[in-house]
Ligand binder design. Structure first.
Ligand code: HEM
Length: 506
């Protein structure tokens, strides 16, 4: 079997070239019949369309958009994909024509890991999505709920700082520390106790691996048998099995707890104190009070959705921020001066202090401008539409390239430079009203986790730079600090962030 796979994978490029050359594809006449005035497209090959021009990330899309314009139509195999790369195009899609772009694009890999889109993020727009989103907002992510997690955040930040203090002068894996922080906070507030970071890393591996994998099934269905020969399904299933076992054990643990409580005659907890997982389980059981009843797989999909966003996505912004600050010592110094002056003599910066720290706020906006994760917002068009003068067909997949918008030289002065000052006297924020900065999207499908991630990231960073100074390991120069991006739908650093912390007060 191994030999067979090896032969197939080595012959694959030749096979594709052969098919491409042999089959004459009347693409120009074909597309002009379909669209009266389609958006500009790069030249394409028969069968594979524009696939050969992509290295699978936002950078190659940005390069193509520079040539073909902010609204560009690609053909990935047989699938039309619209790429929006300007603030104006994003406004047209997310605001002016929002009702037609409320569906989510979900690849077959994504469908597999979301229990067939039964999460919130990839669920089609409709009753189930509305119902599930209301639950996650009300019971986990609302402003009131986020405020109620303050003590947990402060405790976990203190624990992280204690670990750092024990490592003064030596190289510390900050990626590991920061993901443990976001994992510990999320596990405690949503599930009632901490779970090992090692297990959470399974989610990272899974999401990075699955989202980064190309499948013929999605773009050239006639070649989907190659996916099976490459062993893709079994690789995904192996990972999914691990994650599923973990989610199953979390659910079982809570069901056992609930059974014990009812045997001991304990009454239901007040809504305020209920954990997110208990709320989900209640919606599974209670036939009378809800129009939907969650299946167990729906609960797993929602837990996984929240776990990935609450830990991985949140920690990624923190990791990029610390990287940029260490790489830009003047910016780090300015932030440290703001915080140290403000918090002078305090043992810790508290959440009450955060709203007064204007530079800190600008630093996060700048990170989210340069390193939005996800860099592409996926949507799907549900009607034929004339958009910015171009005819687009119903069913077209859409990516809004927030990474490209954040680096657009017509919007930003010195776009590649990390310069939080640009936000100090500017009204621009990231809550979906300013389309030049939409790291959380906009409109009805905007990210519901903004307050959650803001709260944890700000308190963690404020205390890190209050108490410690940082240097790159091995005497490296700050400007040489590695900032290579990883691949996949969420962009983390490719390599873990190692830094040498020292005390700021010794
Ligand atoms: C810095 C951290 C985060 C970033 C940059 C981010 C970014 C995004 C983006 C770009 C979208 C798509 C929005 C759209 O289509 O307009 C999204 C959706 C979503 N995010 Fe976040 N997110 C973050 C943190 C979180 C957290 C902490 C949670 C929950 C624990 C969360 C849960 C979700 C959900 C459920 C959706 C789907 C919303 C829907 O489709 O209606 N996110 N996020």
């Amino acid at each position: 079997m191994f030999l067979f796979k090896l032969i197939v994978s080595s012959l694959l490029p030749f096979f594709i070239l052969l098919v491409v050359k042999l089959i004459h594809y009347k693409q120009t006449t074909h597309s002009s019949q379909e669209h009266k005035n389609p958006p500009p497209s790069p030249w394409k090959l028969p069968i594979i369309g524009n696939l050969h021009q992509l290295s699978g990330n936002q950078r190659s899309l940005s390069k193509l958009a520079k040539k073909h314009g902010p609204l560009m139509l690609l053909h990935l195999g047989s699938v039309p994909v619209l790429i929006a790369s300007s603030a104006d195009a994003a406004r047209e899609i997310l605001k002016n024509h929002e009702p037609m772009f409320l569906d989510r694009l979900a690849s077959s890999n994504i469908r597999k890991i979301t229990y067939n889109t039964k999460d919130v993020a990839f669920s089609p727009y409709g009753e189930y999505w509305r119902y599930a989103k209301r639950i996650v907002v009300h019971h986990l992510l609302s402003h009131k709920k986020v405020l109620s997690y303050q003590k947990v955040r402060e405790e976990e930040v203190t624990l992280m700082m204690d670990i750092i203090k024990e490592s003064y002068g030596s190289s510390v894996d900050f990626s590991e520390l920061l993901i443990s922080l976001t994992n510990n906070v999320f596990s405690r507030v949503a599930l009632g106790r901490k779970f090992e970071t090692k297990r959470v890393k399974k989610f990272i591996e899974l999401s990075a691996m699955v989202t980064g994998l190309f499948r013929f099934e999605d773009y050239m269905p006639c070649l989907s048998w190659i996916d099976r020969l490459r062993g893709l399904d079994s690789t995904i299933e192996d990972h999914l099995k691990n994650v599923d076992e973990f989610l199953e054990s979390v659910i079982e643990e809570h069901l056992r707890k609930k059974r014990r409580e009812s045997e001991n005659g304990k009454s239901c907890m007040a809504d305020q104190e209920q954990l997110f997982i208990d709320v989900l389980l209640e919606h599974k059981e209670d036939e009378n009070t809800t129009s939907f009843r969650f299946e167990k797989s729906d609960i797993k999909a929602l837990l996984l959705d929240m776990f990935v966003a609450g830990t991985v996505q949140t920690f990624s912004t923190l990791e990029w921020t610390l990287s940029e600050l260490v790489r830009n010592p003047k910016t780090m110094k300015k932030l440290q001066e703001e915080i140290r002056e403000f918090a002078q003599g305090k043992s810790m910066v508290t959440e009450e202090d955060l709203s007064k720290l204007k530079y800190l706020n600008a630093v996060f906006k700048e990170t989210l401008r340069l390193h939005p994760s996800p860099p592409l917002i996926p949507r799907e068009l549900t009607h034929d539409l004339n958009l910015m003068g171009y005819d687009i067909k119903c069913g077209t997949k859409v990516f809004i390239n927030t990474w490209a918008i954040g680096r657009d030289p017509t919007l930003w002065d010195e776009p590649e430079v990390f310069k939080p000052e640009r936000f100090l006297n500017s009204p621009i924020d990231y809550f979906g009203a300013y389309f030049e900065l939409i790291p959380f999207g906009a409109g009805r499908r905007i990210c519901p986790g903004i307050q959650y991630s803001k709260a944890i990231n700000e308190i963690a960073l404020a205390n890190l730079v209050y108490k410690f100074d940082f240097a790159p390991p091995n005497g490296e120069k700050p400007e040489d600090l590695d900032t290579t991006e990883g691949t996949g739908a969420l962009i983390h650093r490719k390599n873990n962030l190692f830094l040498v912390p020292t005390s700021a007060f010794e």
